[in-house]
Structures are given as structure tokens and as C-alpha cells.
Design a protein around this ligand. Sequence first.
Ligand SMILES: NC(=O)C1=CN([C@@H]2O[C@H](COP(=O)(O)OP(=O)(O)OC[C@H]3O[C@@H](n4cnc5c(N)ncnc54)[C@H](OP(=O)(O)O)[C@@H]3O)[C@@H](O)[C@H]2O)C=CC1
Ligand SMILES: O=C(O)C1=N[C@H](C(=O)O)C[C@H](O)C1
Length: 270
Amino acid sequence: MSETVGIAVMGGSGRMGRMLIETIQASDKAHLVGVTARTGHAWIGQDLGEAMGGTRNGVPVFEDPLEVIAKAQAVIDFTSPQATVDHALLTAQARCVHVIGTTGLSAADLEKIAAAAHHATIVRAGNMSLGVNLLVQLTRQVAAALDEDFDIEVIEAHHNQKVDAPSGTALMLGEAAAEGRGVALDDVADRGRDGIIGARETGRIGFSAIRGGDIVGEHDVLFAGPGERVVLRHMATDRRIFARGALKAALWGQGKGPGEFSMASVLGLR
Ligand SMILES: NC(=O)C1=CN([C@@H]2O[C@H](COP(=O)(O)OP(=O)(O)OC[C@H]3O[C@@H](n4cnc5c(N)ncnc54)[C@H](OP(=O)(O)O)[C@@H]3O)[C@@H](O)[C@H]2O)C=CC1
Ligand SMILES: O=C(O)C1=N[C@H](C(=O)O)C[C@H](O)C1
């Protein structure tokens, strides 16, 4: 046990929190030092095993993130933008690895995370799966190969509890397409269409978001050209793919210096 990496999961009761707990507990390379829950949550102060309806496992549930970060070699964080920024200040103080899966981060949030990365090893990605990170590379390549005769649209679908749009993955794909085209995404993104908006402008990158049921996460990058279409697609059917990627990132980050890294680095795709 002592040779495995001690990991804290922030927001342990969430959809991803639960997946991460399961994935870490099944790993022979990591162990769980504790999880956090939001102030007032029923799990706080309980043994995690019992809180989850099973037998005692000796893993504590903390209200104060600092308490668990102080015990951890890596922190895995799929929570909310505000919580993630707060956690980044603490992981910077603790100089530990901080794996960030949270999406919906604003430009100001990203600046604060970049500042924290002067002290902590941060791995951040809007999608931690191998498949999506491969799709990002393919999107960049296809966008570079096709000219503006091909309209680029990113279409994503998620469950009805998702709070942010476009998804973090859609934005990663949009960034990759813009990079392939040699433009800045902020200059060409169309993030919502409604009403009499006129014909599509050449060179734009459009985003559409579907929300419904229990869809785990589906992403298409459509290149619609004259007489033909190319579609790059990823379909997630199990949240474990994100948890496995996050654990991989937490292990990869051990012994690395401070800095902000992507999953492409973790997966050796760059
Ligand atoms: N990068 C990737 O590969 C993936 C990213 N995501 C992203 O991860 C995030 C979480 O998704 P998901 O698990 O579905 O969402 P959930 O809402 O199910 O989980 C979020 C958890 O974080 C908790 N939380 C929020 N704020 C705090 C806080 N201040 N302190 C402690 N806990 C807190 C919530 O508690 P409470 O319920 O009490 O509010 C909840 O338990 C989203 O941004 C999502 O887009 C999701 C999947 C994959
Ligand atoms: O909220 C989710 O569920 C997911 N969020 C990430 C995103 O915003 O892209 C990744 C995945 O698609 C699931």
C-alpha cells in the first residue's frame, strides 16, 4: 500500500466522483486517501464505504479540501468551476499533482489555473478518454487538409443533468479544427443560432448541443463540403473511460515539475 500513489477525489458523491472512487479502489498503483463533499452533504464525517451503502473501508470524507489535499500525492477534480479554482490555489500550496476534468471554466478561471501551474503539476482536459484525444489529433489533421469549402460543425449530445454548453470536449475539438485551419477559435466560433440569422458565413466553426436522458457523451465533427461530407465521431458509453484517463494522468504527473499539461502529453499523442 505505501508504495502506491495516494489520491484524493474532490466531489466524491458526483457522477464522476463515484466512478473515480471505484477506479482507484480497483487499481494496484493507487490508493484513496479521502474524498470531499460539499458543505452540508450527508457524507461528511462518515466512513466512505458506509456512506456509499457498503462496509467500512477506512476512507474519510472531508468538508475541508485542505485536509485531504495535505494527505494526497494527487488530487482528481471533476466538480464545478468555482470549486476547481479554489482547489487549484490549495494544490499550488501543497505542490501536488492536480488532475482537472471540470468543464465550463471561464477565461478568468483558466488564468487562475495557469497561475497555480507555476507551483503544481496540473493536467487539465475537457475529456480524459483515449478516443477523444485521438479524435482531437484527427480533427486538426482533417481541418488542415480541407479548405474553407468545407464548413466545420461540432455537434455534441449529453445527459439532461449537464450544466455547461458547448461541452468541454466540443471546445477541444473546435480548438483543434481552428488550429488546423490556422485561425483563432474565438474569432470564428458560432455558439448558438436562432431566428433569421442569414446564410452561414464561410470559415465559421459552428457548435450545436443536444441534452437528453442519460447520454454519456457523443461528439461529431462534421466537415460539410460541396458534394461530400466527412464525419469524425466519438461515442462514450461508459464514464469509466474518463476515470481511467484521470487516474493515468495522476500517476503520470508524479515526479514531473510544475506546469500545465494536457491528456495528449499523458497519452504520448504529441
Ligand atoms: N474531462 C472529462 O473527461 C469529463 C469531465 N466531466 C466534467 O466533470 C464535472 C463534473 O461532472 P459530473 O460528475 O457529471 O457532475 P456532478 O454534478 O454529478 O458532480 C459534481 C460533484 O462535485 C461536487 N461539488 C461541487 N462543488 C463542490 C465543492 N465546492 N466542494 C465539494 N464538492 C463539490 C458536487 O456536489 P453537490 O452534488 O453536493 O453539488 C458533485 O458531487 C463537469 O464539469 C463535467 O463536465 C465529466 C465527465 C468527463
Ligand atoms: O458532463 C459530462 O458528462 C461530460 N463532460 C465532458 C465535456 O464537457 O465534454 C466530457 C464528457 O463528454 C462527459
